[in-house]
Design a protein around this ligand. Sequence first.
Ligand SMILES: [Zn+2]
Length: 210
Amino acid sequence: MKRYKFKNLNIVYTERKDGNMRDKNTRENLLKKIGLKYIYIPKQEHTNIVAPFVNMSAPADGLYTDLKKVPIGILTADCMAIVITDFKSLVVLHAGWRGLFSGIIENGLKYFKDKSILFAYISPSIRDCCFEVGQDFIERLEEYNIDKKFLIEKNGRYFFSLQDLALEKLKRGGVSEVIDENICSKCGDNIFSYRNGDIDKRVLTLAYLE
Ligand SMILES: [Zn+2]
């Protein structure tokens, strides 16, 4: 587990050794260690929906809150968890390529009026060293109007940078400061990776404001 504090924003991300955060008991043990009583996690389905945390019954891949000391979190295994805050309110996003292409970052940014003071954080996730994509994926880039500059060719194989696309979307949306954790979930050993066989296991990235 790694913990960060940026001003009044707290971020925690878990690692392989902390266990499978899909498991409720494992999650509760973690919360105890951090000193939290509960956490809100959306019903993640690779959508582009960002909902206020009180509306937890429908699928969403992002949560918003303006309440202090209310932790909201995202489960991942290769996808990015992205935190966006103006330090008065907070959004957490589950951003794999589907969410990213269909506008989850843009939908998250809609919750903030003054974009110039925004800070964002990108969790450990699969990076262009490992995120190999096929022809069907490359065709989707055109379908969603995504710039091919995020595609990298190495010896006839194609890799894609989810983080660089996220960074561009965040900057274009007005976010002034972005911290990218810069850890690959697949070739780094510490993070669960769907593409590395961790099909049912997830790490958790959570955030809350004080
Ligand atoms: Zn890698």
